[in-house]
Ligand binder design. Structure first.
Ligand code: CP3
Length: 349
């Protein structure tokens, strides 16, 4: 299917924007657009044993990936999967507990646990169902919009592997950094090598760009973030050269000047960052992605429109419009449409 990689996209606005070209309007997509908010997703999901079955069935994952493109007309698709397939491929399977979230029956608590984990290409080879889902999605999208591949940043993946589930504080994971710094670095190294091999295989399968999600960046102190998170994201960025990269680190406003030095084309801002302040901290090299408060979509349509235009006007034309984090499951679809259409009707003067 190599010819599909070279296929010209009908809508390449996202790639032109991230490539630094002058564009007519900003592109728009939503983090966590695949699944959650769409009735079609919920209907399909209800017929299956659970989330993990959907993730592991390439035809269905492809279908769910394309649903928001059909339904919301967004400027990009993001492959339906989860960041937690990486721990699983390394030897730490997860479960998805209904209404509660991820749960790891086994967690990492010692050096021996880390030594037992598979990593790098052999681990990435376990995820053929993801690469197959990408190939099917590319074929079915037939060049309508670019396809985004993603993975978690090493620190966020470590948090789940050590903590074993979601948590308000992730204090077990943070404590691991303090009490076992060498083991933590060893684990981060293994996660990084696996994630690099994984992204490379996703790119081979056809994704046009990639995003790294550091969802738990904001719970580390700046000094811990600089020691245990940034160097690994930096290594990932340097290792991936074939496609553009977006780094989204929620809550890591303090590291924006360092993100400005990363070898990545775009940086995501969460909604607590004032866009003009974010631009000043980041510098001028990269495109900014974000950062409407996901709760803004609970407003009336004119509120959604006003907030969206305000956001566009606060930034220059090197901007990918998105939310400041994933869209919430109970967001009214009509508000999402208003958000997308407001961006798509906009023209830079
Ligand atoms: O963006 C997309 O639409 C692509 C799909 C995607 C999912 N998870 C599907 C999913 C992406 C990009 C992710 C990433 C992810 N997964 C992150 C990073 C992004 C973020 O929001 O910070 C994190 C932290 C996870 C871990 C995870 N997966 C949690 C905490 C949960 C439970 C809560 C929830 O609904 O988000 C999941 C489950 C999950 N991943 C669902 C979906 C559609 C819901 C599962 C269901 O259908 O019941």
């Amino acid at each position: 299917m190599l010819h599909l990689r070279g296929m010209k996209l009908k809508n390449d606005l996202l790639l032109r924007t991230i490539g630094g070209e002058t564009v007519e309007r900003p592109p728009v997509w939503l983090m966590r657009q695949a699944g959650r908010i769409l009735p079609q997703y919920r209907a399909l999901r209800a017929k299956l044993s659970g989330f993990i079955e959907l993730v592991r069935t390439p035809e269905l994952a492809a279908e769910v990936t394309i649903q928001p493109v059909d339904e919301l007309n967004v400027d990009a698709a993001i492959i339906f999967s989860d960041i937690l397939v990486i721990p699983e491929a390394m030897g730490l399977p997860y479960e998805m507990v209904e209404k509660r979230g991820p749960l790891f029956p086994n967690t990492i608590s010692s050096q021996t646990d880390i030594e037992r984990l598979t990593s790098g290409t052999p681990a990435a080879d376990e995820l053929n169902y993801v690469y197959e889902a990408i190939r099917i999605t590319k074929r079915e999208l037939a060049g309508r919009v670019p396809l985004i591949g993603f993975c978690g940043a090493p620190w966020t993946i470590l948090s789940y592997m050590v903590e074993g589930s979601g948590s308000k504080t992730f204090s077990k994971a943070r404590r691991f950094l303090i009490q076992h710094p060498e083991a933590a670095h060893q684990l981060l190294d293994k996660i990084t090598e696996t994630s690099i091999a994984y992204l490379k295989k996703k790119i081979e399968a056809g994704v046009n760009l990639v995003q790294i999600f550091d969802s738990w960046a904001g719970i580390l102190s700046p000094s811990l973030y600089r020691e245990f998170a940034l160097p690994y994201i930096s290594r990932m960025c340097e290792s991936i050269q074939a496609v553009p990269k977006i780094v989204f680190a929620k809550g890591a406003w303090f590291a924006l000047p360092e993100f400005g030095q990363l070898d990545c084309e775009a940086v995501g801002l969460d909604w607590t960052v004032e866009p003009s302040w974010g631009r000043a901290q980041l510098g001028t090299q990269q495109v900014i992605q974000g950062n409407l408060d996901p709760c803004a979509l609970y407003g009336a349509h004119d509120q959604v429109r006003t907030a969206t235009l305000e956001l566009i006007n606060k930034l220059d034309a090197r901007h990918i419009v998105n939310l400041g984090h994933g869209v919430y499951p109970d967001t009214p679809l009509d508000s999402v449409r208003t958000f997308v259409q407001t961006v798509q009707n906009y023209r830079y003067s």
